[in-house]
Design a protein around this ligand. Structure first.
Ligand SMILES: NC(=O)c1ccc[n+]([C@@H]2O[C@H](COP(=O)([O-])OP(=O)(O)OC[C@H]3O[C@@H](n4cnc5c(N)ncnc54)[C@H](OP(=O)(O)O)[C@@H]3O)[C@@H](O)[C@H]2O)c1
Length: 256
């Protein structure tokens, strides 16, 4: 099966590094015009260069997904540059709190919900009118295995990701008549800056690897390959689904 995304326009949030960068590259390699977003333009510039060097088309539009005005501007700039939006990959997330859930403070709750949950909702809200007018679209939300089962120490984050999964299912239902498919990927531990504490602290890393049947951490490309399929026409009959990419970690008890 060849995935051809020529003539399609994609927005990827959190595209300056890690999983978002790998997804943006994979979409560009399949021919999509990719709008890369994150908070800081200087973080996006090298990824734009990388994609252009591969012969792809990419544009950087910085936006903080916690702010509606910036999210709306991101969608407006995309339409201005490329005339449409076929694909939204909601990927930008944060985790300001590790530790027991009741030890978090309200500021940490607000930050995590603003970005991880409302940020995905804001992006969908801004993009759906464009997709509706086109008569089709794909939204892919990057969730986490921490949103499927409790991961002690990562309670706020897990709750925000459980919210992302419910948001995915609700939007899938609500947007099916508009021919917009909404799916989620729930990664396990993928080697990025975000999860560095988990894979670079020897005691934690060893425990996770013991609990992972495949005996390795994931790489951003492990997620990107599935993302490419889910936003492509090959997945037109798939909506409201949540795919785990974790080397089997959640079969043995997850991060608990
Ligand atoms: N790595 C894992 O093990 C793992 C596991 C499960 C799920 N995930 C999920 O996968 C996604 C990507 O994570 P990652 O590991 O690739 O993280 P990462 O390497 O830390 O990248 C995070 C990206 O998000 C951007 N970002 C952060 N806050 C933002 C905001 N408020 N507005 C816009 N952009 C923002 C960052 O760029 P700037 O700093 O320039 O804004 C960066 O591009 C997240 O949804 C994460 O929850 C990761």
């Amino acid at each position: 099966m060849r995935i051809d995304l020529r003539e399609q326009v994609a927005i990827v949030t959190g595209a300056s590094r890690g999983i978002g960068r790998a997804i943006a590259r994979a979409l560009a390699e399949a021919g999509a015009k990719v709008v890369l977003s994150s908070r800081r333009a200087e973080n996006l510039a090298p990824v734009v260069e990388e994609i252009r060097a591969l012969g792809g088309e990419a544009l950087a539009v910085p936006a903080h997904t916690g702010r509606m005005a910036e999210v709306e501007r991101l969608v407006e700039e995309t339409v201005k540059a490329f005339g449409r939006v076929d694909i939204l990959v909601n990927n930008a997330a944060t985790n300001p709190h590790f530790g027991p859930t009741l030890e978090a403070d309200e500021g940490q709750w607000q930050k995590i919900l603003e970005v991880n949950l409302l940020g995905y909702w804001r992006m969908a809200k801004a993009v759906v009118p464009v997709m509706r007018a086109q008569g089709r679209g794909k939204i892919l939300n990057i969730a986490s295995v921490a949103g499927l089962r409790p991961s002690p120490g990562m309670g706020l984050y897990g709750i925000s990701k459980a919210g992302v999964i419910m948001l995915t299912q609700l939007l899938a239902l609500e947007l099916a008549p508009d021919r917009i498919q909404v799916n989620a990927i729930a990664p396990g531990v993928i080697r990025t800056r975000f999860s560095e504490l988990l894979w670079s602290t020897p005691e934690i890393a060893e425990r996770i690897l013991r609990a992972t049947p495949q005996g390795r951490f994931g790489e951003p490309e492990d997620v990107a390959r599935l993302a490419l399929f889910l936003v492509s026409p090959a997945a037109d009959f798939i909506t409201g689904a949540v795919y785990v990419v974790d080397g089997g970690l959640s079969l043995t008890g997850g991060l608990a």
